[in-house]
Design a binder for this molecule. Structure first.
Ligand code: NG1
Length: 404
């Protein structure tokens, strides 16, 4: 962590609590998903990597069950609650609910727990599709576990926290918690679900992934959440109708099982007989995106930059046209990067705002960064520095806890 951040954390901690003796620092990274969006909650594989940006929690354990959290960002003021198996949530959208989500799930699993006093700092842009919320849940969970000397296997914890995060109201999949906890430095990971597994693949040395924020916040606590939850229901409905039409409903109740039955193109053409309109488009996205993830993984292993890039752009088109989760700013970012010579680009995460991820060769990175700065950001107002909206992603390691 850059030392100014640590100084801010220490300062905020000192302002609110006692001395820092016995303090620990938890760091949980954000992530950028390279390909495979809106498929994890259907049990299908995804291919994200962790970022160099983190939620950091500086904490000292307490002798009772109280948790107090305060942020270095003055917009997120002090929250205090007791750990237990049934914690009353704050009003919808309150930042304290992410810590409560972790605390309740761990209390349900582990019984009585000691709490802690904590200062939180994040340099992951909020509501940008880079998983700042899951990073906060993971960081809070690691603080609880560490404060209580409890060891838990990473993938088990990731599964527990996927359920736990439903506490805030989004019926999300398990990609974010898994990559945040188990990412490997220098690699992207294919994540499979049921059971959860990660397979790391090194990012070729001359590949670069640029992350560009659309400046449109993809708020998960507002309409974004409704759209997200609606998409999860649409995907389920589409699956049920297709399996019923194919007379497979008695033995197939998941997308992975259905995809093991028929090749993607055949599935889509069979679905055209069973579905129409919105549900057909949603189904086509899910099945084609799942197929793209596997082809992209192959391209990554083969160092096939053009192939990987093409799949990213196809993924964007599918998320835009079939899944309806893009917006004009995301489309504009994709277009600018492709015109500047990027190998491929797509919205990343839940969409409806948030970020675009772009694949470039190392040689081309500067040209694409400059084109984005000039054609997108120069004419727009935003808070903070350009480097916070537009940066080259560094494939980073998963979350950690260390003594201060
Ligand atoms: P973001 O974009 O970080 O809110 C969400 C879900 C993921 C996944 C993606 C879309 C949560 C915590 N995360 O991520 O599981 O479904 O959207 O691929 O709900």
């Amino acid at each position: 962590m850059e030392s100014p951040h640590l100084e801010q954390l220490e300062h905020t901690f000192a302002q609110h609590y006692r001395t820092l003796r016995g303090a620990y620092l938890v760091r949980a990274p954000g992530r950028v998903n390279l390909i495979g969006d809106h498929v994890d909650y259907s049990g299908l594989s995804v291919l994200p990597m962790a970022l160099q940006r983190h939620v950091a929690i500086l904490y000292c354990e307490r002798h009772d069950s109280t948790v107090r959290v305060v942020s270095t960002d003055p917009n997120y003021t002090l929250r205090s609650f007791d750990l237990g198996p049934s914690i009353e949530p704050y009003p919808e959208g309150d930042w304290g609910n992410y810590a409560k989500a972790a605390g309740q799930a761990l209390a349900q699993r582990c019984g009585e727990l000691r709490g802690f006093d904590a200062a939180v700092h994040s340099d992951i842009p909020v509501a940008a599709g880079l998983s700042s919320s899951s990073a906060l849940v993971v960081a809070a969970a690691l603080a609880v576990l560490h404060a209580n000397d409890i060891e838990m296997e990473k993938l088990l914890l990731a599964e527990l926290l996927t359920e736990a995060e439903h506490y805030v109201g989004t019926r999300g999949g398990g990609m974010d918690q898994a990559i945040c906890l188990a990412a490997r430095r220098g690699s992207a990971s294919r994540i499979d679900f049921n059971p959860l597994r990660l397979t790391a693949h090194p990012i070729p040395p001359d590949w670069g992934f640029i992350v560009a924020f659309s400046l449109v916040r993809a708020e998960k606590s507002a309409t974004g959440r409704e759209t997200y939850n609606l998409r999860t229901r649409e995907c389920r409905d589409a699956l049920q109708r297709v399996t019923a039409a194919l007379q497979l409903a008695d033995r197939i109740d998941s997308y992975p099982a259905l995809m093991a039955e028929l090749p993607p193109a055949d599935l889509v053409s069979r679905a055209e007989e069973a579905l129409e309109g919105t549900l057909l488009r949603r189904f086509r996205h899910v099945v084609s995106e799942a197929d793209r993830v596997h082809r992209a993984e192959r391209a990554l292993i083969d160092y096939d930059l053009k192939g990987f890039g093409r799949l990213m752009t196809e993924s964007h088109e599918s998320l835009r046209d079939d899944f309806a989760v893009s917006c004009p700013e995301l489309d504009e970012l994709v277009e600018i990067t492709l015109r500047a010579g990027a190998a491929g680009a797509r919205l990343t995460g839940a969409g409806l705002g948030g970020c675009v991820v772009t694949l470039v060769t190392e040689r081309r990175a500067n040209k694409v960064l400059k084109a984005l700065a000039k054609r997108f950001y120069a004419s727009r107002e935003f808070e903070g520095r350009l480097e916070d909206q537009l940066f080259l992603a560094e494939p980073s390691a998963g979350a950690s806890v260390a003594a201060l």
